[in-house]
Design a protein around this ligand. Structure first.
Ligand code: KIV
Ligand code: NA
Length: 264
């Protein structure tokens, strides 16, 4: 079978079909999510936190994310793979954005890129789209701007909701193929979703968006204190803890390796 394309996602919106997106940062999880039928995998700059251990997404670089992206592309065969452009790799100019995006497409095999922001990145979105790079937008809580927001909190309440709506329409007009809405009131996300012809992807944006995305470690119970918008579908932290303790105990006691694990 072939890869999912941005045209498939546009068609899904016309049919009012909802779809899931998950983050992925390595080949093995990408393969599992791909075989489970998840049509879009995002190599998020959330890797800064869940892979590299930073306390925000700000420090991660293109060089940090390229090998993770390449692994996700190699591990998957059906999903559209979207690479997050990290902080500082696109804001300076459309030329800088194109240089960074081209590395993700050429060196890692990504199929699209995502960048954060509204009116201030429209020239970047236009330059990428006209160069042939599909662009996913990201509005609301844009974690690369945490130092301006002064923390992680709901965005787009009150009058700033109209600003967000305008940014959303501008991103669509600039050629974005989809739009992530993070931590915004459900009513606003619904209005944006019905006002745009491109799909919206919610995270903490209520039930009306065309798609939903979660960071897989949040979904699987690896994150100690997940946000309100996370639903847990697994308890991997407990599973890994149990397995590590059992392995350690078996090694100490000599119960592992047994006959069946041993070459004669
Ligand atoms: O980096 C990331 O994981 C993201 C998603 C949460 C949308 O940007
Ligand atoms: Na991100």
């Amino acid at each position: 079978g072939r890869r999912v394309t941005v045209r498939d996602l546009a068609a899904a919106k016309e049919r009012r079909e909802k779809w899931p997106m998950l983050t992925a940062y390595d080949a093995m999880t990408a393969r599992v999510f791909d075989e489970a039928g998840v049509p879009v995998l995002l190599v998020g700059d959330s890797a800064a936190m869940v892979v590299y251990g930073y306390d925000s997404t700000v420090p991660v670089t293109v060089d940090d994310l390229l090998p993770l992206t390449a692994g996700v592309v190699r591990g998957s065969s059906r999903a559209l793979v979207v690479a997050d452009l990290p902080f500082g790799s696109y804001q300076a100019s459309p030329a800088q954005a194109l240089e960074s995006a081209a590395r993700f497409l050429k060196e890692a095999g990504a199929h699209a890129v995502k960048l954060e922001g509204g009116r201030r990145v429209l020239p970047q979105v236009e330059a990428l789209v006209s160069a042939g790079v599909p662009v996913m937008g990201h509005l609301g809580l844009t974690p690369q701007s945490v130092n301006v927001f002064g923390g992680y909190r709901v965005q787009g309440r009150g009058e700033s909701g109209e600003e967000l709506m305008k940014d959303a329409k501008d991103l669509e007009r600039a050629g974005a193929f989809a739009l992530v809405l993070e931590c915004v009131p459900a009513e606003l996300a619904e209005r944006v979703t019905t006002s745009l012809s491109i799909p919206t992807i919610g995270i903490g944006a209520g039930p009306a968006t065309d798609a939903q995305v979660l960071v897989w470690q949040d979904l699987m119970g690896l994150t100690p204190r997940p946000a309100r918008f996370v639903k847990r579908y697994g308890d991997l932290a407990a599973d890994l803890d149990r397995a590590a303790r059992a392995f350690a105990a078996d090694v100490v006691s000599g119960a592992f390796p047994a006959q069946e694990h041993t070459y004669r």
